[in-house]
Design a protein around this ligand. Structure first.
Ligand code: SF4
Ligand code: SF4
Length: 80
């Protein structure tokens, strides 16, 4: 992981609203997994799509993101 990516994670992790999302489940909560748009899809959890809050998240605006369901589909970079 690059230094830049670590900086982005440090600056934006607290802004991630995944924990309020209906798709976010106990598996993700147990590991405190967040910021999938930067870090990529959940490495350990599986889940059903029940909606995605990413378009309403402040990080979407800050990073200029265009996609959603990062926890399932992978990071913005991986979805390009
Ligand atoms: S865009 Fe989605 S994955 Fe990224 S910080 Fe916001 S809620 Fe979390
Ligand atoms: S990436 Fe989107 S679908 Fe996944 S938990 Fe975060 S807000 Fe919900």
């Amino acid at each position: 992981m690059t230094e830049d990516k670590n900086t982005i994670i440090a600056q934006n992790r607290a802004k991630c609203i995944c924990h309020s999302c209906p798709t976010y489940n106990e598996c993700m909560r147990a590991d405190d997994q967040l910021l999938f748009c930067v870090t990529g899809k959940s490495p350990t959890c599986t889940f059903d799509k029940k909606g995605c809050l990413c378009p309403a998240c402040p990080v979407t605006r800050v990073l200029g993101l265009k996609r959603s369901y990062y926890c399932i589909r992978g990071s913005e970079q991986e979805q390009k």
